[in-house]
Design a protein around this ligand. Structure first.
Ligand code: PLP
Length: 392
């Protein structure tokens, strides 16, 4: 199929819930993507933080091929070698989180964490942060802040409220004996790339402990090396009670997980479950992905490349830039204008980047991006960001 045919069919049959690009992508390699005509694009989105290992990693492909020829599906009631291996591997990475629940996406991991928090504490209320993004199914949507995602879908889950992010006083005032859990992102992604302060995350841990609430850290976007640590929470010396992850967990294959600490109780048979959760195919992909993340030391690569990119971005002299911020290879460039036209200009120059809200350009390149590619990105960005973008 050529580009025109693909676009025509998708536009005719789409559900309508996606703003479709006029660009087809049919192949990937490392940090590069290719359209149906073979034109190369530099991927600075990683599918919203999924492709941390780069596209078409041969070791993930090999693991998938082998496992597909062995066993694809198995309900979690039946123990399995690939799943056991992954359980052991992933729980060894975060001291204090010794159990894990597997599911298939980020929003499902958040849903599970809310159910676990309620059944464990016997309390109902969940406190989330303003600007937070935790997913789009009803439970997680209730914790997502932006009206844009919520409007038209009320009533949402009762007992979920939002407090100002990075504001200790707001947590002090709100968390109480009826709070089941506080859920936070360590760096707010969708909300505009806002990193949490040390004091804030540490205070959140203390306040939850004092009031008997659980702390859920949502690492769906920040996990697996993105911010310069395997998990972003490791910058803070804090152990959450529940840690949600997904996106890059299985090297691009759909998978989510909740890591579970020892204060979480009452997780007995039948309390929760998932048909596809912990299937051997996804587990094999995740085993391969974790091996690659550790052997190629992708967290360190993100730290060093992130610092390099941040430094070069901060030197771009443009009256249109308000702020450059982030952690590791999770970087936001806040502009004084809406960014849609900047993103369009980048795409015309074969760079795929994301927005985070109306005024922030979000860069989430694969952690395997080369320095040559980073330099190219900065060169193109400097040109695009200096020019004022005007509606045609
Ligand atoms: C992407 C994301 C989610 C939702 O994940 P899905 O797999 O799209 O359901 C939840 N929380 C955060 C922080 C995310 O970035």
């Amino acid at each position: 199929m050529n580009t025109k045919e693909i676009l025509e069919i998708e536009n005719q049959h789409t559900s309508g819930v996606y703003a479709k690009q006029a660009l087809t992508i049919v192949r990937g390699q490392g940090a590069s993507l290719f359209d149906a005509d073979g034109v190369e694009y530099l991927d600075c989105s990683s599918g919203h933080g999924v492709a941390n290992l780069g596209h078409a990693h041969p070791k993930v492909a090999e693991a998938l091929y082998k496992q597909a020829n062995t066993l694809i599906t198995l309900f979690e009631s039946f123990p399995n070698d690939q799943r056991a291996m992954l359980m052991e591997k992933i729980t060894s990475l975060v001291p204090g989180l010794d159990r894990v629940f597997f599911c298939n996406s980020g929003t499902e991991a958040v849903e599970a964490s809310f159910k676990f928090a309620r059944i464990s504490t016997g309390r109902k209320n969940i406190i989330a942060a303003m600007r937070a993004f935790h997913g789009r199914t009803f439970g997680s949507l209730s914790a997502t802040f932006n009206k844009k995602y919520r409007e038209g879908f009320e009533p949402l889950l009762p007992g979920v409220s939002h407090v100002a992010y990075n504001n200790i006083e707001a947590l002090e005032k709100t968390v109480n004996e009826e709070t089941a859990a506080v859920i936070l992102e360590v760096v707010q992604g969708e909300g505009g790339v806002y990193p949490a302060s040390q004091e804030y995350i540490q205070a959140a841990r203390r306040i939850c402990d004092e009031r008997g609430a659980l702390l859920i850290i949502d690492e769906i976007q920040t996990g697996f090396g993105r911010t310069g640590r395997l998990f972003a929470i490791q910058h803070f010396g804090v152990t959450p009670d529940l840690l949600t992850c997904a996106k890059s967990l299985a090297g691009g294959v759909p998978m989510g997980a909740v890591l579970i600490g020892r204060h979480v109780q009452n997780l007995t048979p039948g309390v929760h479950g998932s048909t596809f959760g912990g299937n051997p195919l996804s587990c094999a992909a995740a085993n391969a992905a974790l091996d690659i993340i550790l052997s190629e030391d992708l967290p360190r690569q993100a730290e060093v490349k992130g610092a390099y990119l941040m430094d070069r971005l901060k030197r771009i002299q443009s009256p249109n830039i308000r702020e450059v911020r982030g952690l590791g290879l999770m970087i936001g460039i806040e502009m004084k204008q809406k960014v849609a036209l900047y993103l369009k200009a980048l795409q015309e120059r074969h760079i795929i980047a994301l927005n985070a809200g109306m005024t922030v350009i979000r860069l989430l390149p694969p952690l395997v991006i080369t320095y040559e590619q980073l330099d190219h990105l900065v060169d193109v960005l400097s040109k695009v960001l200096i020019a004022e973008q005007k509606d045609e």
